[in-house]
Design a protein around this ligand. Structure first.
Ligand SMILES: Cc1ncc(COP(=O)(O)O)c(C=O)c1O
Length: 429
């Protein structure tokens, strides 16, 4: 028998099938792997999807700008909505210069790289992008990966071995957890943003230790308490890695991230970022020493055994980087938008948890009710995605607002009014 609960649709919880979530479908008592499909499909098609429990993967037919067109849940209708759900923090995904650069690369290189970066898949545009990122991050070298996810998985599993220790904040992204699991190192989590707990989790460990934090946490929008965390890790001679997926190109005077903001860049051994957020593209990077780069060339399996990032995407990302560097006013506009929205939400008495960044969670804390509220928001003209378990802990459900430099203050006013009215109508404020 596998560990854990053995639920089936027949053994529905007190609230009935509507109380199910993904945790009800991990196991089955049958020896046939495929036996796990039926209960899930029964729930998903027979209940969840048809009853609006599920509001994900609604296809969009426009760029992820402030206003979008997307299909209504059952695909019967096209909706025109105000969008506060995309990571496009600087609006660069559809910037004309970014599109031009990608088009030119498409003409020059064609669609795909047609090879792993260590074999035939490295093109000049990849080398230019890596050099530009290394220069921007003021590091010896930077390595580009096909996604942010594969960056963390490849990096951590390349460096850590059975018997080593990966000690990470409890709220780190799934890609960091998966990289640590793949490495087969010992894994410990310290309580979110608690240097005192990191201290406890480090004591009693010996040998190779890697402490991992994020710059800005993707679900709560709070910043790492970096100076204190760095102090504790260094006192224990542990190496430190930071994932700045949601803070790269945004935080710090030059946009290098939260580590720049707190003046601890040189104390951190490994810097990770993604191109899928502020730069509006896709891909991830590791920035650090040349010897780290050289080692990863051989041992980061998610890169070695995967096709290189598409050349057109690489060219678009490179141009987006140039724009982010050339136009610091984009960051200024973003931060003034964030302050504006934060003020509106505070005025309306809306619970935004611990957020201090452009990621603002609207805390609902009710895993069932959130889908009804999401539908009501869409009907009122606002696109926000419900975030529930397993992305966050059970009953820590929320909508996650992502503010962008391209939102106008009128659009933010409109969004805050819709939110406030819908939450009031649903008895949530
Ligand atoms: C902290 C963090 N790291 C990595 C990733 C994965 O990045 P990507 O979507 O570019 O694969 C994410 C995605 O949201 C993230 O929040």
């Amino acid at each position: 028998m596998p560990p854990g609960p053995q639920p089936s649709v027949a053994a529905a919880p007190p609230g009935g099938i509507a109380d199910f979530d993904y945790s009800n479908f991990y196991y089955s008592s049958s020896d046939d792997i495929f036996a796990i499909f039926d209960p899930y499909n029964e729930w998903w098609y027979g209940h969840a999807r048809n009853n609006g429990y599920y509001l994900y993967s609604q296809p969009m037919s426009t760029p992820p700008g402030p206003r979008i067109d997307l299909e209504e849940q059952m695909g019967h209708e096209r909706l025109h909505l105000l969008n506060l759900a995309s990571y496009n923090y600087l609006g660069l995904s559809y910037h004309p210069e970014v599109i031009d650069a990608a088009k030119q690369a498409l003409d020059q290189y064609g669609l795909g790289a047609a090879g792993s970066p260590i074999l035939s898949g490295t093109m000049e545009i990849h080398v230019q992008l890596e050099k530009a990122i290394a220069k921007f991050k003021q590091k010896d070298a930077a390595m580009v990966f096909p996604t942010g996810y594969s960056t963390n998985v490849g990096l951590i599993s390349a460096l850590m071995r059975p018997g080593d220790w990966v000690i990470m904040d409890q709220n780190v992204h799934a890609s960091i957890v998966d990289g640590a699991i793949l490495s087969k190192a010992n894994v410990r989590f310290f309580r979110h943003n608690r240097p005192d707990d990191l201290e406890k989790k480090l004591s009693g460990t010996s040998g190779k230790r890697l402490v991992i934090v994020e710059g800005v946490y993707s679900m709560d929008g709070d910043e790492a308490r970096l100076p204190e965390i760095v102090e504790v890790a260094k006192r224990h001679d542990a190496r430190i890695m930071i994932d700045e997926a949601h803070s790269s190109f945004l935080y710090g005077k030059a946009g290098r991230g939260v580590a720049e903001k707190y003046g601890v860049e040189d104390d951190i051994d490994i810097h990770v970022g993604t191109f899928s957020k502020a730069l509006g593209g896709m891909g991830g990077f590791v920035a650090g020493s040349q010897s780290l780069y050289n080692y990863l060339m051989g041992f980061a399996r998610s890169r070695v055994f995967s096709c290189a990032l598409a050349p057109a995407v690489s060219a678009g990302v490179l141009q987006a980087l140039h724009i982010a560097e050339r136009e610091p006013q984009l960051r200024e506009t973003l931060w003034s938008n964030v302050a504006h929205m934060r003020g509106l939400l505070a005025e309306a008495g809306i619970d935004v948890g611990e957020s201090t960044s452009q990621i603002i969670p609207i805390m609902i804390r009710n895993d069932r009710k959130i889908f009804g509220i999401a539908r009501a928001l869409q009907r009122a003209g606002l696109y926000l995605q419900p975030i529930i378990y397993p992305a966050v802990a059970k009953n820590r459900s929320r909508f996650r607002i992502s503010i962008s430099a391209v939102h106008t203050s009128q659009q933010l006013d409109e969004a805050a009014t819709i939110l406030s009215d819908v939450l009031q109508a649903e008895g949530m404020r």
